[in-house]
Design a protein around this ligand. Structure first.
Ligand code: NAD
Ligand code: TDX
Length: 356
C-alpha cells in the first residue's frame, strides 16, 4: 500500500493511473479536491478495489494519523500543493497553508507513524516529496542548468512555499532520521493539465478562437517534461533512490514560451484548421510580476545513479498532448465550468468513492 497526496490533480492523477496500470499494490489517494482536484481524472479507477479515494486536507493531523494507522502504507508520495504561480501572486495565503503548514503536518504524522513501525518496516518506509525546479530561482542565458547543489533562490510566493517545504523535508531526515527522498522537476505537460497553465490554456483558447496571452516578450525559457516521464522518474526514485537525497528531473527541452505557443499553433493548424493560422491569435499581455527568465535542469544524477531517461521527446510528447485535448474537449469544458464538482457529488457523494 502507498499513500498518495494530491492524486486528483494533474501529476498526481497521472501517477495514480500509471501506478495502477503497472502494479497490483493498492493506493490510498488523499486529496482535498480544491479547484485543481478533479475526480473525473480518476474515472477509470474509481471502482477499482485497489484505489481508495479519501477527500481530505493534508493539514488535518487527525485524518492523516487515522489513514496511516488504518492502511499502514510503506511509502507516502506527497504531490498535494497549491501549484499555480499567478495565483500565488494574487493570494499567497493558501500556498503557505498547504505547501508549508500542510507539508509540516504530513511530516509530523509520518514521523510518528515511522516511529511506530518495527525495524523492517522502518527500514523500508519512504517519504517522497514532489517538488519543483522553481526553488532554484532564475538563470541567465549562459548559466549552467540547475544541479542538486545549486543554492535555493525562490522568487515567487509559490516557489518560496515549495522551498520551505523542501527544507522541512530535509530537516526531518537530518534531525529525526525520516527516510525522505525529494525530487525537483521542471515544467510538466500532458493529459489532465488544468487549463490555467501555459500549454493547456493555449490549446483550449486556440480551439475556441480566443486570444493566446503571452506574458512580456514571450522569451522566458522553461524546460518541458512529459508527465508520464515525470511519473516514471518518481517510481524509479521511490524504488532505488538513496535516502536523504534530492534528485533533479528534467527533459533537456529548453524552449521559449513563444516557441511553445508557435509549436502548438502549427500542430493545431494541421489537426484542427481554422480560417487563418492559430498564430494570429497570439496577443502580448502585461508580464507576470517577478517573472523568472529561465529554468533549465541538469538531470544527470538521476540518469547516472538510477538509469532514468525521458522516453518522450518534446516533439512526440506535445503531439500526444494536443491530440489528447482534441479528444477530450468535454473534459476541458467541464473543468472550466466547474461541472465536474456536481458530477463528483452525484456519482460518489461528498466524501470520496471506492474503498470508503
Ligand atoms: P495541481 O494543482 O494540478 O494538483 C494539486 C492537487 O493537490 C489537487 O488535486 C488539489 O485538490 C490537491 N490539494 C491542494 N491542496 C490540498 C490540501 N491542503 N490537502 C490535500 N490535497 C490538496 O498540481 P500539479 O501540477 O499536479 O503538481 C503536483 C505537485 O508537483 C506539486 O507539489 C507541484 O509543486 C509539483 N510540481 C509540479 C510541476 C508542474 O509542472 N505542474 C512541476 C514540478 C513540480
Ligand atoms: O497565459 C499564460 N501566458 C504565459 O506567457 C500563462 C498561464 C503562462 N505564461 C508563461 C509564464 C511562464 O513563463 O508561460 C510559462 C509557463 O507558465 P505556467 O504554465 O504558469 O508555469 P510556471 O509558472 O513555469 O510553473 C509551472 O512549472 C513549475 C507549474 O505551474 C509549477 O507548479 C511547477 O512547479
Amino acid at each position: 500500500m502507498i499513500l498518495v497526496t494530491g492524486g486528483a490533480g494533474f501529476i498526481g492523477s497521472n501517477f495514480v493511473l500509471n501506478w495502477l496500470s503497472l502494479h497490483d499494490e493498492p493506493v490510498v489517494n488523499l486529496d482535498k479536491l480544491t479547484y485543481a482536484g478533479n475526480l473525473n481524472n480518476l474515472a477509470g479507477v474509481m471502482h477499482d478495489q485497489r484505489h481508495h479515494f479519501v477527500q481530505g486536507d493534508i493539514g488535518d493531523a487527525a485524518l492523516i494519523a487515522d489513514l496511516l494507522r488504518q492502511h499502514r502504507p510503506r511509502a507516502i508520495l506527497h504531490f498535494a500543493a497549491e501549484s499555480h504561480v499567478d495565483r500565488s501572486i494574487h493570494g499567497p495565503a493558501e500556498f503557505i497553508a498547504t505547501n508549508v503548514n500542510g507539508t509540516f503536518t504530513l511530516l509530523e504524522a509520518a514521523r510518528a507513524y515511522h516511529g511506530s513501525l518495527d525495524d523492517a518496516g522502518r527500514a523500508a518506509f519512504r517519504f517522497l516529496h514532489v517538488s519543483t525546479d522553481e526553488v532554484y530561482g532564475s538563470l541567465g542565458p549562459n548559466d549552467p542548468p540547475f544541479a542538486e547543489t545549486t543554492a535555493y533562490a525562490p522568487n515567487s510566493p509559490y516557489s518560496a512555499s515549495k522551498a520551505a517545504s523542501d527544507h522541512l523535508v530535509r530537516a526531518y531526515h537530518h534531525t529525526y532520521g525520516l527516510p525522505t527522498l525529494t525530487t525537483n522537476c521542471s515544467n510538466n505537460y500532458g493529459p489532465y493539465h488544468f487549463p490555467e497553465k501555459l500549454i493547456p490554456l493555449m490549446i483550449a483558447n486556440a480551439l475556441t478562437g480566443k486570444p493566446l496571452p503571452v506574458y512580456g516578450d514571450g522569451k522566458n525559457v522553461r524546460d518541458w517534461l512529459y508527465v508520464g516521464d515525470h511519473c516514471a522518474a518518481i517510481r524509479r526514485v521511490l524504488e532505488a533512490g538513496r535516502v536523504g537525497e534530492t534528485y533533479n528531473i528534467g527533459g533537456w527541452n529548453e524552449k521559449t514560451n513563444l516557441e511553445v505557443v508557435h509549436t502548438l499553433c502549427d500542430i493545431l493548424d494541421a489537426l484542427a484548421p481554422r480560417a487563418g493560422s492559430h498564430r494570429d491569435l497570439v496577443t502580448y499581455v502585461k508580464d507576470r510580476p517577478g517573472h523568472d527568465r529561465r529554468y533549465a535542469i541538469d538531470a544527470r544524477k538521476l540518469e547516472r545513479e538510477l538509469g532514468w531517461k525521458p522516453a518522450e521527446t518534446f516533439d512526440s510528447g506535445i503531439r500526444k498532448t494536443v491530440q489528447w485535448y482534441l479528444d477530450h474537449q468535454d473534459w476541458v469544458r467541464d473543468v472550466q465550468s466547474g461541472a465536474y464538482q456536481g458530477w463528483m457529488e452525484q456519482n460518489y457523494g461528498k466524501r470520496g468513492g471506492a474503498g470508503e
